[in-house]
Ligand binder design. Sequence first.
Ligand SMILES: Nc1ncnc2c1ncn2[C@@H]1O[C@H](COP(=O)(O)OP(=O)(O)OP(=O)(O)O)[C@@H](O)[C@H]1O
Ligand SMILES: [Mg+2]
Length: 308
Amino acid sequence: MPSIISIRGLNKTYASGFEALKHIDLEIERGELFALLGPNGAGKTTLIGAICGLVTPTRGSIVADGHDIIRDFRPARTKIGLVPQELATDAFETVWATVSFSRGLFGKPADPAYVEKLLRTLSLWDKKDAKVMTLSGGMKRRVMIAKALSHEPSILFLDEPTAGVDVELRRDMWEMVRGLRESGVTIILTTHYIEEAEEMADRIGVIRRGEILLVEDKATLMAKLGKKQLVLHLQSPLEQLPGALSGEPLELSADGQTLTYTFDAQSEQTGIGALLRRLNEHGIDFKSLQSSESSLEDIFVGLVREPA
Ligand SMILES: Nc1ncnc2c1ncn2[C@@H]1O[C@H](COP(=O)(O)OP(=O)(O)OP(=O)(O)O)[C@@H](O)[C@H]1O
Ligand SMILES: [Mg+2]
């Protein structure tokens, strides 16, 4: 199946001369949830802006759901919903009016039943007659989502959807986003909560300084770059590691109470059996052991860390 978004050789150099995007090639698959991760200033919002027609590309092409976003701007735009990073809402309008109006802007006929369903899903129904300016920050963000969905787009961009949103509401929003994905909407989100990407994404893209560092299935990425650790709590503290064990990927804690063994999550041979035998030979006993896997956050931090 052809990709729903196809980006080729995209470059954006701002009028200041700053090159925010450097030759981006990216394909987004129909129906997937794609998480775009990257540090502040990496170019995430610029990339989304280019796809949504808010930022004029310097070079390259973007096709969204079969429409070139420059030549075919209008039809391309009706396929896309955007929840921008910066909240900008019509403060004096009611929730109902602003969402209905947004639908009209895209030339869709009024559909009160759809708008009602949307507001109910976003827990905004009891606020439908409230002026937007009287809502809390999290509620305003939900109004932005309702607006973005008002014209029933097939592609939804969420630029930091849960920034400043409380834990409970974040869970609710994840639930809602999952529901949208199940209904067939393609979702591209940026987030600084790596946990969010870990929980929701099918694929992960990492961008740094205007360049895509990698695009990978989440599961593949975690298997490929993930590390596992085995932590052994020792029966009696060690002063130092016996010399014979110094070649092992073993680390003794400062207090001498725990030994941490790091191994490759993907490899068949973990070396744990041999390690435990050797510890036994050296008379090192342990009370308990626990294993852990690196999170997407560990992987991400490793990826975007600037070379010293
Ligand atoms: N209108 C503009 N004119 C000049 N430079 C800009 C403009 N908009 C963005 N930039 C620069 O482009 C770079 C990328 O910005 P962008 O907003 O895309 O980053 P981001 O990845 O979304 O960051 P954040 O995580 O902070 O939202 C930054 O260095 C920013 O200063
Ligand atoms: Mg941004």
